[in-house]
Design a protein around this ligand. Sequence first.
Ligand code: ADP
Length: 250
Amino acid sequence: MLVLSQVSKHYGDTQALAPTDLQVPAGETLVLIGPSGCGKSTLLRLIAGLIQPDSGAITLEGTALTPANILQTRQRMGYVIQEGGLFPHLTVRDNVTVMARYLRRDTGWIQSRLAELAELVRLPQALMTRYPDELSGGQRQRVSLMRALMLDPELLLLDEPLGALDPMIRYELQQELKSIFSQLGKTVVMVTHDIAEAAFFGQTLVLMRDGRIVQTGPFRELAQKPAEPFVEQFITAQREPMEQLAAVLR
Ligand code: ADP
């Protein structure tokens, strides 16, 4: 279980995250959703230990995240960002194995883990020696996911992992990612601004606005029992273009 208790963060005068409580049970996929600037990435970066909270505590399976243990706890998390965040000067193989090599893991183990992950994300072996700019956007995200999974983390953090992809590739990767999550049984926290994607992935959705959680629950609950008018507005705003499209086709 990942637990956030009264975690907050501000930048200058901006309250990026008001004191926030959140619990993610082990093995569950939780999706952070909300308009741009509402604090989704800030929340994810706090969990990843990339930034420090002003107040509050974050614990992963009972261990509090502190600046002193951040290097160890980071090894228990995999992190994927929108553009993949791959090192441009490293090949696919070197990108995926960089941490394992730094930690001096056994070479044989690294090789077999690399092959296992390539199979899991369906990345052809022939791409292992390519550099990130020699890959398509979808392939880059597959590599980024391999890198995040290399050390078999308990927690997977994904910040708009499919946001930069064109719709067809995005659809394909959504299906594959979901199947990968259920195969691996990992705890996943994903950020998206797309309500359909959130509903597709998340057992629990956390809808945010202005650095606060507005409502937490399954999509059905948000849609049927909105906690405030904003929830309904947020869902309707994204649903309408799809309904207009469906009307044209009828
Ligand atoms: P989201 O991911 O939902 O788009 P963010 O978490 O990135 O939102 O941002 C929340 C708020 O914090 C925004 O007002 C943003 O401008 C501000 N913010 C985020 N990162 C920084 C930063 N490094 N310095 C200053 N302000 C920031």
